[in-house]
Design a protein around this ligand. Sequence first.
Ligand SMILES: [Zn+2]
Length: 340
Amino acid sequence: MDKPPVMNPLEIVSRAFSAGRLAHAYLLAGAGEQPRRRTLKKLGALLLCYMPVRSADGKLGSCNHCTSCRKVRHGTHPDLVEIMPQGASIKIEQIRKLQEQVIFAPLESKRRVVLIHSIDKMNLSGANALLKLLEEPPDHTHLLLSSGNISRLLPTIVSRCQVLRQASYGSGQETVDQMAKQIERPASRFLQYLVKELSIRDAEELSDIFAARDHIVEFLCGSHRHLLFLKIGGFLWSSPGRVRHTTLVLGTLLRDLMLLCKGSERAKAPATSSKGPILHNDITHVLCRLAERINYDTLEDYEKRLTMAQTMLERNVKPEMIADMLLVFWLKDHDRTRRD
Ligand SMILES: [Zn+2]
């Protein structure tokens, strides 16, 4: 007999959601803090979405467009509580504050969603306080917990949750190939870098990163940049995550362009690019053309600007402001090169 297919956490929760049988508490187990965090956020968004959408394969997901989805994305949803370690641990005060919050009914949604990341980083008093919440789950509240090491948790906590397993991927080329197929892009070094180094294994996120790259390359190569400015702006401003993706893409593109610029000074660029460690090797021809037009100093200017943007991101400056700063710089640079 065929073995039942292994279901991923989103599938399990989406089925329970459709059937109106959501558990009060889910515990997501698996390696990789960032992948777990992304999965919890997706689950949270689904539980709060006003108009969940069903994909072709029957799975439910958040619509990404309703007021609730927008608030989740911007971190301003009043019924989404997110707790993560402050420094090395989750403090008891964070759980106490949560206990006070869940007494009240949700403000905007039918339910309240509490995400607690890395609950293994909680001391015993914190764990006991959390256990109380699990034993007497407050009305309308769903707890979505995650842990990289469930063997370190109190067994009484684990037994009160439905445990979900984050799919573990091999770190090898097969994962890269699998993701390449899913997002219909070549298995470039850039994709390898995203999947292997940054552990991004979410097809939607990878697609969005490549979409950001398409927009940037179009903007940098295009001749009507004032029009392209509005287009790329619309894309970027629609989500703070996209500003993060853009800085990531821009950083790696700059690196490649700098390599090509240096290469073209010594030898002809294509020779470097076919063998060299160009990350965006699926669009080397486009980058070679760009490298011919841009001089090294301009690239260094871009790099400084980008480092500033990254620092601003880390300091939680509004992503829209960062996007503006990056884009306006590009536009100014464009004016400058046109005058030259
Ligand atoms: Zn929605």
